[in-house]
Design a protein around this ligand. Structure first.
Ligand code: KIV
Length: 292
């Protein structure tokens, strides 16, 4: 019998008659957007994490995380840029391919970076096709509600599942900054219009970033597609975090909505210092680390 990773064995969730649970369900085939849709119908909550390379993606996959986003947050979290804006489609293709290679079960969603879809639907299709054909992702993500609905429509018509992203959209940082979105009646109505627009265009899910919890819950009740919250309270169908934030690898301040589940920066720093001291002090390598 195939051994399930510990996280899956311990899960209280059982697959229901209408399909397997996204987290903790049995089965080793890759999760598809149809599984995501079925989870909303069952009222099931699910986790999503970012991933940028094969090694860490394989850890998240073995832990049973059903959806991994190769986010363009790779810009600040993995590639050393200040924002997501400079990230290129070549970089996203390379990172997405690595994450696909490192996993066997999770649905991999590849982010379309700034400048790869804003010109219009045809440019969006060309860019998304690269992520699907060259990297092997099962879906793509792009930012924008009403303003991106034509791009979403063409991708979905062409057979490419789309996760939309509304609220704070970091690719627009130069225009909107990093501020809570949807505060006040007018902004809330715009967010609801954006949410309906991406659903009507055929998106299978929508990320809600940094919006008031009550508004995110209202969007979640209104939509048939799942909402994935980040800084959007507890009322969404799924939750996503940037992995370097939630595992404590990010240096400096992290947003208030992040819960830190580990302190990898300290763990790694201590281990590296121990190695360096062993080398300098002549206690590494020892006989058992040597070949003859
Ligand atoms: O790029 C990213 O990691 C994202 C998430 C924050 C949703 O868009």
């Amino acid at each position: 019998m195939t051994q399930l990773p510990a996280a899956q064995k311990q899960s209280p969730l059982k697959p229901s008659d209408s399909g397997r649970a996204l987290y903790g369900g049995k089965g080793t085939r890759r999760i598809t957007v149809r599984d995501i849709t079925a989870a909303k119908e069952r009222g099931e909550k699910w986790p999503m994490l970012t991933a940028y390379d094969a090694a860490t993606a394989s850890v998240f996959d073995e832990a049973g995380v059903p959806v991994l986003l190769v986010g363009d947050s790779a810009g600040n979290c993995h590639l050393g840029y200040d924002t997501t804006v400079p990230v290129t489609l070549d970089e996203m293709t390379m990172l997405s391919a690595a994450v696909v290679r490192g996993t066997s079960r999770a649905l991999i969603v590849g982010d379309l970076p700034f400048g790869s879809y804003q010109e219009g639907p045809v440019q969006a299709l060309r860019s998304a096709t690269r992520l699907v054909k060259e990297a092997g992702v099962g879906a793509v993500k792009l930012e924008g509600g009403e303003r991106s609905h034509r791009q979403i429509e063409l991708l979905v018509e062409s057979g490419i599942p789309v996760m939309a992203h509304i609220g704070l959209t970091p690719q627009s940082v130069n225009a909107m900054g990093y501020r809570v979105q949807g505060r006040g009646e007018e902004a809330a109505q715009q967010l609801l219009r954006d949410a309906k627009a991406v659903q009507d265009a055929g998106a299978f899910a929508v990320v809600l970033e940094l919006v008031p919890a009550e508004l995110a819950a209202e969007v979640t009740r209104t939509l048939q597609i799942p909402t994935v919250g980040i800084g959007a309270g507890a009322g969404t169908d799924a939750q996503v975090l940037v992995w370097t934030d939630m595992l404590g690898l990010t240096s400096g301040r992290v947003p208030k909505f992040v819960k830190r589940y580990a302190d990898l920066r300290t763990v790694m720093g201590d281990a590296v210092r121990a190695f360096a001291e062993d080398v300098v002090g002549g206690t590494f390598p020892q006989e058992e680390h040597s070949v003859h």
